[in-house]
Design a protein around this ligand. Sequence first.
Ligand SMILES: NC(=O)c1ccc[n+]([C@@H]2O[C@H](COP(=O)([O-])OP(=O)(O)OC[C@H]3O[C@@H](n4cnc5c(N)ncnc54)[C@H](OP(=O)(O)O)[C@@H]3O)[C@@H](O)[C@H]2O)c1
Length: 269
Amino acid sequence: MQTWFVTGASAGIGRAVTEQLLARGHRVAATARRPEVLPRHERLWPARLDVTDPAELRTVVDKAFAELGRIDVVFSNAGRGAFGAAEELSDEAIDEQIAVNLTAPIRLVRAVLPHLRAQGGGRIIQTTTMGAHISSPGGSLYHASKWGVEGFLESVIGEVEPFGIGITMVEPGVVRTGFGAALSVAEPLAAYDGTPVGEVHRLLRSGADLTASAPGDPARVAAAVIESAAVTPAPRRLALGSDAYGAIRAALTARLAELDENLARSTDF
Ligand SMILES: NC(=O)c1ccc[n+]([C@@H]2O[C@H](COP(=O)([O-])OP(=O)(O)OC[C@H]3O[C@@H](n4cnc5c(N)ncnc54)[C@H](OP(=O)(O)O)[C@@H]3O)[C@@H](O)[C@H]2O)c1
């Protein structure tokens, strides 16, 4: 039996991971802003946690380790999307998006590391997105937050590997969850009407849910996340979904093609 700590366990991928862990006989410290919506189960340790509240985050992490003893896997998954052209975004939307998707995962990692070191190792799994490799107009803030958390983790991986702590970044394509409905959408600027951003604004205004017909199955994403925890050493990245595979592959190929060796060498002393 493993013990997992999950953020954003109320819905979507976090909920699917929580339910499958319980069905497989594992124990889950399931955290959510609305713990009352969590399933009831003898192996579920529920806690209220808004990941953007730093004091609550520290308290819940410390309490979970104190009461559960060992926690094998920390699944940092809570997140939200924001949409709008860079100049449409409000200062509040910027702060909110960075707080949920970037600052909170950084704080969570810092809060769990002393415990994972003390118990001799463990695993951290962070949900990022294929959008941590690719970008689309109107997604600048979301991409900044997710590229940012991957940059943070890339560095931390080398810091904590000597303590037996592995880190995996989960990069789904579009998955059928409540993510589309929960998007924070900026007030449109008329200047963008005839642009790709204006197109998406029109779609969103029509009530379309951009994740409703997505290829990604949250149950299969959850199963892949759970099964990755048994793989040693920790896989650095899990690209999940045919859309993620295609888009990430194309983005990496294009980035490699942009690397100009002659130009790079030409500025050396
Ligand atoms: N669905 C996709 O297409 C997709 C693709 C790539 C990556 N992702 C990533 O996958 C992760 C999970 O998203 P999802 O698709 O499962 O969407 P979802 O169904 O909307 O679930 C998001 C979860 O995050 C929680 N959450 C949001 N803000 C929070 C906060 N401040 N504190 C604590 N919990 C908070 C939500 O809680 P409430 O119920 O309280 O709102 C919910 O449990 C996110 O990190 C997202 O960026 C999603």
